[in-house]
Design a protein around this ligand. Structure first.
Ligand code: MN
Length: 239
């Protein structure tokens, strides 16, 4: 898989679809729509590789912060999930299906939380790009303007969602039928369970920004939107 921002990633791509799209990457394979390279038979859901080296989002997100966020936090969700589903009905289930099957079920909350956080983080990494920001591709920009009035208004709504999400959670750009919307979710909640199509996301858990920004979540979110947001990825998800 190439390291550019047009990586062909789709949040709902089937295993077969992914393999077809990345036939040149023989060492990669897909689980639940994500590629992974360290699968073992006892670890059906792997930690997907970052789509770029972890020092390339600096100075907006430092290599140090990426190392902890991806290498510790994201990895822990994947590891926890694999422990939780070992020997269960979900052992060989694609990630998205685990999420939708466990959503809202009190007795499966731990599986849902770790599955959804695994998915949300993989989606978040692809929502960013080393040379992100700027303008969305024309088709997406047109839909954003139809929904928000202007790209600026959309970016302000996204920033506002990121800043005002109380406690841990996520700010999302989603498609709701033909309309583009900004939503917030708490903790591990994800638009996958809400009948909405996620286009991109910003992690606003404190672990996403505290090493670089301490309590200044607004500075983190504004810098991400201006410098890192991967509009190409959002446009690919819209199709
Ligand atoms: Mn996170």
């Amino acid at each position: 898989m190439s390291m550019n921002t047009d990586n062909g990633f789709s949040p709902v791509l089937s295993r077969r679809g992914f393999l077809a799209a990345s036939a040149s990457a023989a060492v990669l394979f897909a689980v639940g729509g994500f590629s992974c390279s360290a699968k073992t038979s006892s670890s059906p859901l792997g930690l997907p590789p970052l789509p770029y080296p972890e020092n390339t989002l600096a100075p907006v997100i430092s290599a140090n912060a990426m190392g902890f966020h991806y290498g510790k936090h994201h990895k822990a969700y994947v590891d926890n999930l694999n422990q939780l589903i070992k020997g269960s009905e979900f052992e060989n289930t694609p990630l998205e299906k685990i999420i939708t099957a466990t959503a809202g079920k009190e007795d499966q909350k731990a599986i849902f939380n770790n599955a959804a956080q695994s998915w949300n983080h993989a989606f978040y990494w692809r929502s960013l790009a080393p040379k992100g920001g700027g303008e969305p591709p024309a088709a997406l920009k047109q839909k954003i303007e139809a929904s928000f009035g202007s790209l600026d208004a959309c970016k302000k709504a996204l920033l506002n969602a990121a800043v005002t999400q109380f406690g841990s959670g996520w700010a999302w750009l989603v498609a709701d039928s033909g309309t583009i919307k900004v939503i917030q979710t708490a903790n591990a909640e994800t638009p996958l369970t809400m009948g909405l199509k996620p286009l991109l996301t910003i992690d606003v858990w404190e672990h996403a920004y505290y090493l670089d920004y301490q309590n200044r979540r607004a500075d983190y979110a504004a810098a991400v939107i201006d410098k890192l947001i991967n509009w190409n990825f959002a446009a690919q998800n819209l199709v």
